[in-house]
Design a protein around this ligand. Structure first.
Ligand code: 4AD
Ligand code: MG
Length: 477
């Protein structure tokens, strides 16, 4: 088989007169003559011209939407706008026929919901290939940022015996068969006889183990899948999502916020610089969709302009108490337009977060110093004894993208919080040990990987930025 040249390289480096072979999927076939060929190496397609004199009719008939072909020929100067070269095919080989009469996708606009059910083919569309190229870019930018800044990538376990967030939203892991699990005298399941000799679950966060790393290696980060059995059927929640969790020794909540802001801006800038074609397509896609919408439903800025705006401006920084005050003075609050109550002590809902970000500050907002009762046991108690050194970074269109805190490094205070919140000490002896033996102040946060990809791509539903979403009632593929 002829060695293939990737289309990204053809468009960048090949010259008129070169004889090459390209392989890819047919995005479009016009006038029985012009193939738009894409091989995933770039957003762009290469135009392949089918020379009817040279290519058998039987072969030409098999060239169709999303069929896979190899084409060999000579590069010539392109007649059409937008591209420098096109390939005049001397020979075409059909690598994979596509029976369009049975193929789930058709060469026309299809809804996101429909494509979600055909997730094994949706990556062949312009939209999803752009999204998943950008997803790769975000992952790379994250690793690059931390590597360049002296952080160590730490792999924390997926199977754990602890509930890091203390929220009880865990998937349990067992080798017991349902109905056949051994029980103790009081009738509860006897996990001491299970595979690990104890009850275990899929991790909700790598943070507690990352703290071990930070208190030895200084600066670490985790980047792995996390699992939450929360029954949230929203466009922002997945049961399996990826989280990035830096943990930094000697940092306080203010340094934590600085890191969160610098880090998120870096990622956005990286994508603006390295994925302009994919972004431009996604931007135009949104503009096309919004054409027939009422003005107030449209985005205030184009996607690319939003991204540029975010990296060029400081995030707003307020306390939770200030956030409540601002919300209480807001028009929607006074007119009873918020669905959920606004009172000091109550968790901010997405509608509140989005109003603060989109209507009031009109840029990302970092809210800090939340009431202790609505936050996890490990967050550092503030001097007022009412709030903890926690922070959430809120983004336009999405709400919370990052959640973090300074950690409670004082043993007595941590113990007290664990008792108050019913977190059992015997499950977390090692965590308490970190405070007893050579402990230090430290802080960190968790970035929801899919949430920032939602923001960067402008997609509307989190199920469309992960290849195979897991949500309540759905674990296809
Ligand atoms: O705010 P969370 O729950 O924080 C933690 O888990 C901490 N242990 C992080 C830390 O301090 N190291 O989750 C962090 C982020 C959220 O801000 C959100 O972006 C994302 O993870 N997230 C989800 N993303 C998709 N689906 C879900 N069900 C999510 N739950 C949280
Ligand atoms: Mg949170």
């Amino acid at each position: 088989m002829a060695k293939r040249t990737e289309i990204v390289d053809v468009l960048k480096a090949s010259k008129v007169g070169d004889t090459i072979t390209v392989k890819g999927w047919v995005r479009a076939f016009r006038s029985n003559r012009f193939v738009a060929l894409n091989d995933g190496s770039s957003f762009k397609t290469l135009q392949v011209v089918i020379d009817e004199e040279k290519i058998e009719e039987a072969i030409v008939k098999r060239i169709g939407f999303h069929a896979c072909i190899a084409a060999t020929g000579v590069l010539v100067e392109s007649q059409g706008a937008g591209q420098k070269v096109e390939l005049v095919a001397d020979s075409v080989e059909i690598l994979g026929d596509n029976d369009l009469s049975a193929y789930p996708l058709q060469p026309k606009k299809q809804t996101m919901e429909f494509l979600r059910e055909k997730a094994h083919f949706r990556m062949r569309t312009n939209t999803f290939s752009a999204v998943f190229r950008i997803r790769h870019g975000v992952a790379f930018a994250i690793n690059k940022y931390f590597n360049d800044n002296g952080y160590y990538y730490m792999h924390t376990p997926i199977i754990t015996g602890s509930d890091a967030e203390g929220a009880g939203e865990m998937f349990h892991i067992t080798t017991f068969e349902p109905n056949k699990a051994p029980t103790t005298e009081d009738g509860s399941i006897d996990y001491s006889k299970d595979f690990f000799g104890k009850a275990t679950n899929m991790t909700v966060s790598g943070q507690l183990q990352a703290e071990i790393g930070a208190l030895a290696m200084g600066k670490v980060y985790t980047f792995g899948p996390t699992f939450r059995a929360e029954n949230s059927n929203t466009s922002r929640h997945l049961a399996e999502f990826w989280m990035i969790e830096p943990e930094v020794a000697f940092a306080d909540i203010y340094e934590d916020m600085d890191l969160a802001e610098d880090f998120s801006k870096y990622i956005i800038k990286y994508i603006l610089e390295n994925y302009p074609d994919d972004l431009a397509f996604l931007d135009k896609r949104i503009q096309d969709m919004e054409k027939n919408m009422k003005k107030e439903l449209r985005r205030p800025m184009s996607l690319t302009d939003t991204l540029k705006f975010v990296i060029e401006n400081d995030f707003a920084r307020i306390t939770y108490t200030e956030a409540i005050d601002i919300l209480k003075r807001s028009k929607p609050y006074k007119k009873g337009k918020f669905e959920f109550p606004v009172d000091w002590g109550i968790d901010l809902q997405a509608e509140h977060e989005r109003w603060l970000v989109e209507k009031h500050f009109k840029k990302p907002v970092i809210v800090r110093d939340y009431p202790k009762d609505i936050k996890a046991f490990y967050m550092r108690m503030n001097d007022d004894d009412k709030t903890v050194a926690a922070m959430d970074v809120l983004f336009p269109g999405i709400g919370e993208v990052i959640g973090g805190s300074q950690r409670e490094e004082r043993l007595d205070k941590l113990r007290k919080r664990m008792q108050e919140m019913n977190v059992h000490e015997d499950e977390l002896q090692w965590y308490l040990d970190l405070r007893k033996f050579g402990g230090a102040p430290h802080a960190g946060f968790g970035l929801g990987f899919e949430r920032i990809i939602l923001f960067i791509t402008g997609m509307a539903n989190i199920r469309d930025v992960i290849p195979f979403p897991r949500t309540p009632g759905n674990a296809e593929f």
